[in-house]
Design a protein around this ligand. Structure first.
Ligand code: MOS
Length: 757
């Protein structure tokens, strides 16, 4: 913000501007778009983890009244071009559907039934007869580690080494070796993945799809079907959660679009909840093998060798080393990561990918090392506080972790903790207090936006970005209202249409900072242009003044007692509207990122730049209560304090942090994809058997966002992301609390009762 800005909304506790539409059912989600003549599709997923389709008989299915076609690799004209899988390409996987009989993972699409009604399509799908020639497979990380059929690929670019960790570990008198495991987890946004494809001829299509990145659908359809990206119009105004699963496009988009083109009718496909566990990515299982040398109360060397699961074709690393590499001041450190391919399907990022799973091992290890060193776990972490980034040697853009420790520990009452495991009780109930540090890199993107003022005072803000439930509509309205000195109610934010100014994917906790800064630039640019009109207009009360002396508030420009309403400036100029478009390149980036964005790529800028290491930080303290007879752990209290730079909306930021903390409870105690090694089937592919916490599992949760530390090295707003930080560290804090309550050190999540007996 600048001196001339109104300071009324940014930072305030503003309720979601899209909230009323959502609770009234007036917000139209992708699958709710009502297109005349729409056909209904049902996807058939492979019941085989590796092999080929040996027989696929659609005769009975085609007899069902209302069925128009059954598509599969046997259909004509389904040859597609090449699509790159994430992270390099726009799609979640480069394995394209229906290109042949080969099956690479359980759940891979094998056929699509299209009918007049959903009922007919579902019935017909049951009648499609499919047989497979099965080949050996590894459906889980453990199976693949036990005997690799597929390659294990070391990824040198992800590795890191500083100092001489090997030598120190070899000669150190006190070396602690520990292994930590995290399981597969599945994104389960409330809103299912869905597509409606509606063609205009053979070359132009409108796609209604809940997505975190419209340019992914454009890029994927363009590459596979030979279209021009701009001929793919993506409409995605509301997204009912994504968590990374909607950051890229999946094969079901392609088959739905092709079916609609062949049938010359709009086609709608909504995945089932079970298919959401098989075909839209997952958080990969990880194993972190640590060796740490202790020299008195100090870690003298740290080594992490990680194995992380990936899919059969594309190599997407769960970045477990991201935080261990940089969080603590250890002079000697080595990190190596090996990607282990499995037939579990393509994996993808899921809320704090790698940061969350990788922090589990690191933060439990810190608790174990603190105990070895005879120190309080918080004190042990303070002693290893990194003043500069140990990985790059660069200064942090802004770091207030010590304040997070103080605020959260104070609010929690940490000083009343007695160190001995099992020493704190409430009646018979065992009480455990544990804590962990959280950190998350600050990503940024080149970004673009448009702001428009109408002569009646209404303001439009337009950005081809998304609100995935995070509050984007609200914060962009707040930013524009302040920059234009107007009321929030006058601002309409338009998101989720690929014809709006291009932006990167809504993930990596970067939409607020990057798209927010583009909106700020557009709104400030608009104000500047109106100011220029006013000072050059002899009829304006501000005529001849220097723009620098002019402030904006109450819908008007002010200089001392002089005032000129923005709408008057427009009217005098004979205009009914004025609009301004702006492109921004956040610091650390360059023209390269902006060009990439405009060419349909992501345009992301890494956390460590030439000048700074940019991370958000936090501290999480939890209390667990464990029944001594049944060993059932309950999280009764969580306090987290987070350093996220300038808070844009106190309410939505807090909601994001609380959501992350609660997801951490889920990771610690509940969540796990149960993949059957024999068949590759996810056995708990529904929300009854795939456990997540319910209200009764969550006690008191308090998220404190530090105030007064804007970070202008990360965005013009000084804001850093809040979406992912809250989940990082939380599972470890709970594991540490359980150890404090019970004396049992559990090194894998989820911490289920069987592990505590
Ligand atoms: Mo997030 S995992 O970057 O959607």
């Amino acid at each position: 913000m600048t001196a001339g800005d109104q300071k009324k909304y940014v930072g305030a506790r503003v309720s979601r501007v899209d909230g009323p539409a959502k609770v009234r059912g007036e917000a139209t989600f992708a699958a709710e778009h009502d297109l005349p003549g729409v056909l209904h599709a049902v996807l058939i997923s492979a019941a085989c983890a590796h092999g080929r389709v040996s027989r696929l008989d659609t005769a009975a299915a085609r007899q069902v009244p209302g069925v128009l076609d059954v598509f599969s690799h046997q259909s004509d004209g389904w040859n597609m071009g090449k699509v790159g899988g994430y992270p390099r390409g726009p799609a979640g996987t480069s394995l394209l559907p229906f290109q042949g009989p080969e099956i690479s993972y359980r759940g891979e699409p094998v056929a699509l039934v299209v009918a007049q009604t959903l009922e007919a399509a579902r019935h017909a799908a049951l009648l499609v007869e499919i047989e497979y020639d099965r080949r050996p497979h590894h459906a889980t990380l453990q199976a693949a580690l036990d005997g690799p059929l597929l390659a294990r690929k070391p990824l040198p670019p992800l590795g890191h080494s500083r100092g001489k960790p090997g030598r120190i570990l070899k000669h150190a008198p006190h070396v602690i070796e520990r292994t930590y495991d995290t399981p597969v987890q599945h994104h389960n946004p409330m809103e299912m993945h869905a597509v409606i494809a509606d063609w205009d001829g053979d070359e132009r299509v409108t796609i209604y799809e809940p997505t975190q990145w419209m340019q992914s659908a454009q890029g994927t359809l363009a590459a596979a079907l030979g279209l021009e990206p701009e001929d793919v119009h993506v409409v995605s105004p509301f997204v009912g959660g994504g968590f990374g699963s909607k950051a890229t496009s999946w094969p079901h988009l392609l088959v739905t679009a092709l079916a609609a083109r062949v049938l010359r009718r709009p086609v709608k496909l909504v995945l089932t909840r079970a298919q959401m566990f098989a075909a839209v990515g997952y958080r990969a299982a990880t194993r972190s093998e640590y060796r740490a040398a202790l020299d008195g109360p100090q870690i003298s060397a740290l080594e992490l060798h990680a194995h992380t699961q990936t899919g059969p074709a594309d190599l997407f690393p769960e970045q477990v080393g991201m935080i261990p590499k940089m969080l603590y001041a250890t002079e000697h450190m080595e990190f190596k990561q090996t990607l282990v391919q499995t037939h579990a399907g393509p994996n993808i990022m899921m809320r704090a990918p790698g940061e969350a799973s990788g922090s589990f091992g690191l933060e439990v290890l810190m608790d174990e090392l603190a105990a070895e060193a005879g120190l309080d776990p918080l004190e042990f972490r303070r002693r290893h506080h990194a003043d500069t980034d140990p990985e790059s040697g660069k200064p942090f853009s802004s770091k207030h972790l010590l304040e997070c420790y103080d605020r959260a520990a104070g609010a929690f009452g940490w000083e009343r903790r007695t160190p001995e495991p099992g020493s704190m009780k409430d009646g018979d109930t065992l009480i455990g207090w544990g804590m962990a540090t959280a950190a998350y890199p600050v990503y940024a993107s080149a970004a673009t936006a448009r702001a428009r003022l109408h002569a009646d005072g209404r303001v439009d803000v337009e950005a081809g970005s998304h609100d995935i439930g995070t509050g984007t509509y609200s914060i962009l309205a707040q930013i524009a209202a302040d920059a234009l000195g107007t009321d929030l109610e006058r601002v309409t934010v338009k998101l989720g249409d690929s014809r709006l100014p291009k932006n990167g994917y809504s993930g990596g906790s970067r939409t607020a900072g990057s798209v927010g800064s583009a909106v700020l630039a557009a709104a400030q640019g608009l104000r500047q242009e109106l100011t220029d009109l006013a000072v050059n207009d002899p009829l304006s009360p501000l005529h001849g003044l220097a723009p620098i002396d002019i402030e904006v508030r109450g819908g008007a420009l002010h200089a001392g007692t002089l005032r000129d309403p923005l709408t008057d400036i427009l009217t005098r100029a004979g205009r009914d509207q004025h609009e301004t478009y702006r492109e921004i390149i956040p610091s650390g980036g360059g023209q390269k990122e902006l060009d990439a964005l405009k060419q349909g790529q992501d345009g992301m800028i890494e956390a460590v730049t030439d000048t700074h290491a940019r991370y958000s930080f936090g501290a999480v303290f939890v209390e667990v209560r464990v029944d001594p007879d049944f060993m059932t752990p309950r999280v009764s209290r969580i306090v987290g304090a987070f350093d996220i730079g300038q808070v844009l909306n106190a309410k939505t930021a807090e909601s994001q942090l609380i959501g992350g903390l609660i997801w951490g409870v889920s990771a610690a105690l509940h969540e796990q994809g149960e993949t059957d090694p024999a068949t590759g089937l996810v056995l708990n592919a529904n929300l009854a058997d795939y456990h997540i916490p319910v209200n009764a599992d969550i006690g008191e949760v308090r998220a404190i966002a530090l105030n007064g530390h804007p970070d202008f090295h990360t965005s013009a707003l000084g804001a850093r992301g809040a979406g992912e930080l809250g989940i990082v560290g939380t599972a470890a804090a709970i594991a540490n609390a359980i150890h404090h309550a019970t004396g049992k050190r559990i090194r894998s999540t989820p911490i289920t009762v069987d592990k505590l007996l």
